[in-house]
Design a protein around this ligand. Structure first.
Ligand code: FES
Length: 160
């Protein structure tokens, strides 16, 4: 006779069962555990067992990976999740809103980098002092993109 299907959030799953359900390798599960993203229990043989609801936390980790959310940020937001029950629908809504804001910030950052890189393509100076990309804190950045001083000198030297 086969055993009944696992259905309660507190059911314990073996590493192999979690791997089969998530596609996450055992080494990654240990890594997530070491980072505090998931927890495991031990049986009498010292084998890891995971509460069924850990599958949902692993799903969140996988979603974050797909979105490029740094693991440190995932760990931060996981501190706001319940540790003894699965993340709720409301938890996921809240987490996804936070990650959406992070994606928007990253998009703005990348757009800015792309703008700086575009200026470099038209310049080629690779100057540690003048290049906005190489020296982002340079005060000259407020005076425009690219080799501002060279442009200024060009204007001073241009008699016309
Ligand atoms: S190479 Fe970046 S501004 Fe010149």
């Amino acid at each position: 006779m086969s055993s009944p299907p696992l259905s309660h959030p507190d059911d314990l799953l073996t590493v192999q069962q979690v791997v089969a359900r998530t596609g996450v390798m055992p080494s990654a599960l240990r890594f997530y555990e070491a980072r505090g993203l998931i927890t495991a229990e031990r049986n009498s043989g010292n084998q890891r067992l995971y509460r069924r609801y850990m599958l949902r936390r692993i799903s969140l980790v996988l979603a974050a990976r797909r979105l490029g959310i740094p693991l440190a940020d995932v760990a931060d937001i996981f501190t706001t999740l319940p540790v003894d029950q699965p993340p709720s629908h409301q938890d996921w809504v809240r987490v996804s809103r936070v990650w959406k804001r992070q994606l928007a910030e990253r998009r703005r950052f990348l757009t800015n980098l792309e703008r700086q890189l575009t200026a470099c393509i038209g310049c080629g100076c690779l100057s540690m002092k003048l290049c906005d990309l190489l020296n982002p804190d340079d005060g000259l950045r407020t005076r425009g993109q690219g080799p501002v001083r060279l442009h200024d000198e060009g204007e001073r030297n241009d008699p016309g």
